[in-house]
Design a protein. Structure first.
Length: 165
């Protein structure tokens, strides 16, 4: 558990520089993972970015999702999601449908087109085969365990500090 400086007893805890902390390591891990993933997506040559792929995946897993919920689920700015959705729509991968919510409010639901399903499945299959080819089964399982542990830490921190994510 992370402790605020005010909660620490100086005789029990030694100050750790930020660059040696769990938070710094986590930030570096995120940056390294994002850069590696972007590089892999570019090398695949499907013509969509990693961010566009995860938007396609989010719509694939949640047909009819609205733009606000996509941005919320992926921790992305709504304007950024809107820009990427416009590009995905221009490419013919996403379609929008108006729906009525309540008596007067019209919302736009997002769905993958047949082309969107095709490119999503192709990228996903390529990612899976690349992971299997590059990583032995034990390392893959260790990565999954590490991810589960990190998600556990996030939940623990969220509860300890009453953070809404």
């Amino acid at each position: 558990m992370i402790q605020c400086k005010t909660d620490m007893n100086n005789s029990e805890q030694k100050y750790t520089p930020y660059t040696d902390s769990l938070m710094f390591a986590a930030e570096l891990l995120v940056r390294a993972c994002k850069e590696a993933t972007r590089k892999c997506h570019k090398e695949m040559g499907f013509g969509i970015s990693h961010e566009e792929y995860i938007i396609l995946e989010t719509i694939f897993l949640n047909p009819g999702i609205i733009q606000f919920n996509v941005s919320k689920k992926l921790f992305m700015q709504r304007s950024y999601v809107c820009k990427m959705l416009a590009r995905l729509e221009d490419l013919g991968f996403v379609r929008k449908e108006n729906a009525i919510k309540g008596k007067r409010k019209i919302i736009v639901r997002l769905y993958l087109t047949e082309g969107g399903n095709t490119v999503y499945n192709a990228v996903r299959d390529n990612i899976i085969s690349t992971m299997i080819a590059k990583h032995p089964k034990q390392r893959f399982l260790k990565n999954r365990e590490t991810a589960e542990y990190l998600l556990f830490l996030v939940e623990d921190i969220r509860k300890d500090y009453n953070i809404k994510l």
